[in-house]
Design a protein around this ligand. Structure first.
Ligand code: 2P0
Length: 340
C-alpha cells in the first residue's frame, strides 16, 4: 500500500480567465494571472492511497461519495498523471492498482471561492507525489483539464496561465512569475458575502458568454494581452497603484461580460456592489489606491491591500459593514485584527 497527502491553496485571479476555445481540453481564449494564497489558509487537502487489494477507484469529497468513474474531468486527470508516470518510470507500484481518494476543502465549495482550482490542483499534485513525478509544465496541463484555474494553484505566489496556441493544449501551461516572498507585504482580505452554491457555475457561465457576448472576443484579443503585460510589470516593480487599477478594472470587465451574456449571469449582489463603492470611497478618502477589489463568479469580495494599510482598511470595513450587512468578514494571512 502506498499513500500520499498534499495541500493546495486557492488562487485568486487578477487578470481573469473567462471563456474557452476548447471545452474538452479546457483551453482558454485568453491568458490569466493570479495570486495563490498561503498554504493552510483556504485550501484543499487530499489523501490518495493505492493498494493492490482495492477493487475499484473510489473518492470522497468532504466525506461524501463522489462517482469517480463517471466524472470525465476526474478521469482525465487520473489518465493524464498515469500517462506521465508511465513515461517517467519512477513509480514503485503498478499503475493498475486502484486508488482511494479523500479530499476536504476548509472553505465553502462552489461559492465562487475557487474551490475547484484548489481541489483539482491538489488531486493532480497528490497523484504526482504518489507516482513520484516532478512538478513541471506538463503537470500543469493535466491540472488544467480538471478545472482551468487549477493549473495556477500548482504554484505559490504570482502565476501566469498562458493560453497557448496549439490544438492539443501542450503549450497552455501555468508558469510561476514571482514567489510570494517577492512582495511579502501583499495581503488579501476575503469578505464572505454569501457562501451558498452559485446559480450558474463558471463552466456554464463561460460557455454562455462565448456564445452570446459581443464583448468577450474584444476583451480576449485586445484588452487582456495589454493588461497581462502591465500587470506583470506592476508585480515586478511592486507598484501597488498600477496593480490595484488593473485588478479593479479586470474584475469590472469580467462582470460586464457576464451581464452582456444572454441570459445574463449575475454573480455580484447588492452587498458586493456596496463593497465596490466602499473601496472607491476609501481610496478617494486616503488619497491613493490602497485597496483593490476583485470578484470571481460569486458575490464574495477579495481585497488586496498592503500589510501596513490593513489595520486602517479593516477598521473602515467594520464601520461600513457592521453585523448583518457583513455576514462574515474573514481575515486571512496572519496579521492580527485590530480592536474596534
Ligand atoms: C479565474 N474564474 O480566472 C476565473 C475568474 C472565475 C472568475 O477560473 O470550467 O472553475 O472548470 O475551467 O476554472 C472559474 O472557472 O472553470 C474561474 P472550468 P473554473 O479564476
Amino acid at each position: 500500500m502506498f499513500s500520499a497527502t498534499c495541500v493546495a491553496p486557492v488562487n485568486m485571479a487578477l487578470v481573469k480567465y473567462w471563456g474557452k476555445r476548447n471545452e474538452e481540453l479546457i483551453l482558454p481564449i485568453n491568458d490569466s494571472v493570479s495570486m495563490t494564497l498561503d498554504a493552510n489558509e483556504m485550501c484543499a487537502k487530499t489523501t490518495i492511497t493505492a493498494s493492490e487489494s482495492f477493487k475499484q477507484n473510489r473518492m470522497w469529497l468532504n466525506g461524501e461519495v463522489v462517482t469517480f468513474e463517471e466524472n470525465a474531468r476526474l478521469m482525465r486527470c487520473l489518465a493524464g498523471v498515469q500517462r506521465l508516470a508511465l513515461a517517467n518510470g519512477a513509480h514503485k507500484f503498478s499503475l493498475s492498482w486502484k486508488l482511494h481518494i479523500a479530499s476536504y476543502n476548509n472553505f465553502p465549495t462552489a461559492a465562487g471561492l475557487a474551490s475547484s482550482a484548489a481541489g483539482y490542483a491538489c488531486l493532480v499534485y497528490t497523484l504526482a507525489r504518489l507516482y513520484e513525478l516532478p512538478l513541471n509544465e506538463e503537470l500543469t496541463t493535466v491540472a488544467r483539464q480538471g478545472s482551468g484555474s487549477a493549473c495556477r494553484s500548482l504554484y505559490g505566489g504570482f502565476v501566469h496561465w498562458r493560453r497557448g496556441s496549439s490544438a492539443d493544449g501542450s503549450d497552455s501551461i501555468a508558469v510561476p512569475l514571482a514567489p510570494a516572498s517577492h512582495w511579502p507585504n501583499m495581503h488579501m482580505l476575503i469578505l464572505v458575502v454569501n457562501d451558498a452554491r452559485k446559480k450558474t457555475g463558471s463552466t456554464r457561465g463561460m460557455q454562455l458568454g462565448v456564445s452570446t457576448s459581443s464583448l468577450i472576443q474584444h476583451r480576449a484579443k485586445e484588452v487582456v494581452p495589454r493588461r497581462v503585460k502591465e500587470l506583470m510589470a506592476a508585480i515586478e516593480s511592486r507598484d501597488f497603484q498600477a496593480f490595484a487599477e488593473i485588478t479593479i478594472k479586470e474584475s469590472n470587465q469580467l462582470h460586464a461580460i457576464c451581464l452582456d451574456t444572454y441570459p445574463p449571469c449575475v454573480y455580484m449582489n447588492d452587498v458586493s456592489h456596496a463593497i465596490v463603492n466602499f473601496v472607491h470611497d476609501y481610496n478617494e478618502t486616503v488619497g491613493s489606491l490602497q485597496a483593490a477589489y476583485t470578484f470571481d463568479a460569486g458575490p464574495n469580495a477579495c481585497i488586496y491591500v498592503l500589510a501596513e494599510n490593513v489595520p486602517r482598511l479593516l477598521a473602515a470595513i467594520q464601520l461600513a459593514f457592521p453585523n448583518d450587512a457583513q455576514q462574515s468578514v474573514e481575515y486571512l494571512m496572519g496579521i492580527p485584527v485590530p480592536p474596534v
